[in-house]
Design a protein around this ligand. Sequence first.
Ligand SMILES: [Fe+2]
Ligand SMILES: [Fe+2]
Length: 210
Amino acid sequence: MKDDNTSIAELLAHPKSAQIGAYLEAKLEDKCYRHVLSVRDMALELAVKHGADLQKTNLAAMLHDCARWMDTRQLFEAVADYQIQLDEFERINASLLHALIGAELALDIFSVGDEEILSAVRSHTKGSKSMTLVDKVLFVADFSEPNRTYPEAGAVRKIANKNLTQAVFEVARFKISNLLDKRKVIHPDTLAVYNDALREIENSRVANEA
Ligand SMILES: [Fe+2]
Ligand SMILES: [Fe+2]
């Protein structure tokens, strides 16, 4: 455990991490900045537990909401500037845009070009098909970090310590159920996350019973 703690301390002190932190502190509202730091702490804990790359997890978590300071007009301007091709769901749901633009800012401002990091940033809200370990860690930590006030966050945190796939499933299930209640469209990627996680859980149950 000492090795993990040592390497986490080194990650936090890394110049790139400090540069991103200074940008976030200047650009984001206090509550959002604290959320990012809390996501980063929880994501690193999960990365240690579940064997995800610590460097990639740290940068993905630090960067995931780096476009959160933009209002809807600025988000759509950035979509045009970066020539992002939106799908039919993203075009009508501005809450999905900060994740896509965050990945562009990561490359543009901070020269972070690692596709695994950028994919985790892009998919942190809606999930994605065939999620990597870093994608899953960020998806779960963003939903359930300790500053989140909804009761499902605490339940997901407990599950995530033991079983990351089960936690991913619960996050997707909650998001889908919440969107249904609000009569909002559901991005097919979120449905894919739900179905993939459920299939994985069923397969491991069958394997354990065999
Ligand atoms: Fe976000
Ligand atoms: Fe977030």
